[in-house]
Design a protein around this ligand. Sequence first.
Ligand SMILES: C[S@@+](CC[C@H](N)C(=O)[O-])C[C@H]1O[C@@H](n2cnc3c(N)ncnc32)[C@H](O)[C@@H]1O
Length: 450
Amino acid sequence: MTKKAEKISIGNTRDAALTILMAVEKQQAYSNLLLHQTIEKYAIDPKDRALLTELTYGTLQYKMTLDYYLQPFIKGKLDDWVLQLLRLSLYQIHYLDRIPDHAAVNEAVNIAKKRGHKGISGAVNGILRSILREGVRSTEEITDDVERLSIETSHPLWMVKRFVSQYGFDTTEKMLIENNEPPVQTLRVNLFKRTVEQVLSLFTQEGYTVAQSNIIPECIYLINGQAAKSTAFEKGFVTIQDESSMIPAYVLQAEPGMTVLDMCSAPGGKTTHIAEKMKNTGKLVAMDIHQHKLKLVKENADRLGFSFIETVEMDGRKALEVYPEESFDRILVDAPCSGLGVMKRKPDIKYTKSEKDFTTLKPIQLNLLESAYKLLKPDGILVYSTCTVDREENEGTTELFLQEHPDMELQAFPEVIKNIKEQPKDGILQLFPQDLRSDGFYVAALHKKN
Ligand SMILES: C[S@@+](CC[C@H](N)C(=O)[O-])C[C@H]1O[C@@H](n2cnc3c(N)ncnc32)[C@H](O)[C@@H]1O
């Protein structure tokens, strides 16, 4: 495709959204990365950027609900792209008040003409106009509560059943509804370089609207604008991080001069937070199994001004081949997980995960913890965290680990973390997306008895 042709096809925001949706479906590409690449590559203008994000995420977020609404109007088999176009158009008609129905239909017909032929554009026009005339069917027709919740919030039935069995219907319902809300933009102030007040004032001077969190003191909410374009970001005064991800560095209680291992570190969000708490002194090893991801840790460390971080490409399960037993004061295992806590940011996760993923993850998490246990000094603290809300991967993994290691016990949380939410056990925190409007996140702090 020539540059000119690319420009023409991408000139239309809906057409660009359709291209992204098709790539997500076909190549299982990540929606957030594709969206970012599309915005950068085609220099999409800020006002269209918001619409492109809304259309792409909204259509993906409500895919199953949209299919439920579309189904009675579709006779026979449609090409994948036509189905995506219908979902995209119905999303605008059903969920976006500010887009007039006729504009959504006209755009769909134009795209169908351009991408297909007259027959297809006629079919798209017919289906959308029938929906406008007759309205969509009610989800009340679904008699089973769990099935209805699955369709209304567009999460696969197996997942909803799993959550309901783990947390009950009410908590699950709140979580699934929150997953379809736009994420709150949060930044962590790099206290090694600036105070929260200095950063708030810098953002305000540049026309951003910001507010300090009353949970994590160095967390600020960005109400409007793009953080990555700000002076504070460029100068390394802030990093983009979800508020829940700021918890592990508090719980780890690393101090200047200590020897600390971040076993699954890339892209370095938590490593740089730990580095800040260590005031750039001591030894901080940022390990990851993927060399290409460690580049991001280095870039982040450089931008934020930390010179003492050592990046190491290694499988954490084999770290004992290189590091002696009992050689670290603190270890963070921010483990690979199913990611069910971040579906708000990455709605494609809903449709790409399957139940069999859980059987492979737990042994990896336990093996990483086993390796960390051996590397940890007596009286040391080991923190296990995940960005999932799956009980098996979280409490399940922690309980098994504790059973196998009677010399490990839960470590009480610092006050800042204790105050976030009441928990059955001090030392374990399960955050749901509805708690702080953050990602769903899990943290367990474990202490090695002397
Ligand atoms: C949840 S992400 C870590 C996010 C990171 N801690 C942060 O805050 O930016 C999990 C990371 O674990 C890494 N990983 C997966 N298996 C690993 C292993 N066996 N040893 C070390 N790292 C591993 C992945 O490459 C990925 O970067």
